[in-house]
Write a protein that binds this ligand. Structure first.
Ligand SMILES: Cc1cc2nc3c(=O)[nH]c(=O)nc-3n(C[C@H](O)[C@H](O)[C@H](O)COP(=O)(O)O)c2cc1C
Length: 214
């Protein structure tokens, strides 16, 4: 009887608990309701998020805008210096921390659980944003480059690329009726630990994206 009750409790727990896993994203359909000019005229920072998940297509469009492949030759929606992609995009949701795998348009689970608060130094709206993107420089990729620029140029190049990423995301957010807020205030130590980042990686910027209240 005791064993039956334990099994029943375990089954009830399994049926009410969702486990995060790697996610294959749907194609980033272009069914936008706004033109680029309209999206630009509406772009702004929003901080009145409601804690509600994005649809898989919305998540797909946001990540593709940030760092997705848009051509057969493997190049992407954002420009990079010397053809070297040195910025990774992490997506932090209520379910976990995921790394965007641009080549396969997938989210790879890094850590399960709600780690949204690790992406801020205390701005409470971050804990409600459906997804907090964290832009991380991976200087190791320069090891395979034909030409290796000095370290200060590598950092400048990564920041310029992040500038393109945040604006791409902001425009898609507007077309989806979502809010976004770019954030420099990040708890670097907490996120580095939560996302298991190796020492060489540099956290550059974050961006909250999600549904907003009227
Ligand atoms: C590099 C950078 C860092 C920022 N950091 C923060 C931040 O930590 N928290 C925040 O609420 N907004 C942050 N912002 C958003 C700015 O406050 C906002 O873009 C600015 O006030 C202009 O308002 P707008 O985006 O609505 O036009 C940041 C923006 C940039 C570009």
């Amino acid at each position: 009887m005791k064993r039956f009750l334990v099994a029943l409790t375990a089954m009830a727990f399994m049926s009410t608990t969702t486990f995060a896993a790697d996610m294959t994203l749907p194609p980033p359909h272009s069914n936008d309701k706004l033109s680029v000019m309209q999206a630009l005229s509406q772009r702004k920072s929003s901080r009145n998020f409601v804690d509600e998940a994005l649809s898989p297509v919305q998540l797909s469009k946001i990540l593709w805008a940030a760092n997705g492949l848009n051509r057969e030759n493997g190049k992407r929606t954002i420009p990079v210096a010397l053809g070297v992609y040195s910025v990774e995009v992490y997506a932090v949701t209520s379910e976990g921390i995921f790394l965007y795998d641009a080549e396969n348009h997938k989210l790879k689970l890094i850590a399960e659980g709600d780690f949204r608060s690790t992406t801020t130094t205390g701005q409470s709206f971050v804990n409600k944003a459906a997804v907090n993107l964290v832009y991380v420089e991976t200087p190791d990729v320069w090891q395979n480059a034909k030409r290796v620029p000095p370290r200060d140029a590598q950092i400048a190049f990564a920041n310029i690329t992040v500038g393109a990423m945040i604006q791409s995301v902001a425009l898609v957010a507007e077309t989806e009726g979502l809010g976004n807020c770019v954030r420099g205030s990040i708890n670097i130590t907490a996120f580095k630990k939560a996302a298991k980042l190796s020492d060489g990686k540099n956290i550059l910027l974050a961006q909250s994206v999600g549904k907003i209240s009227d």
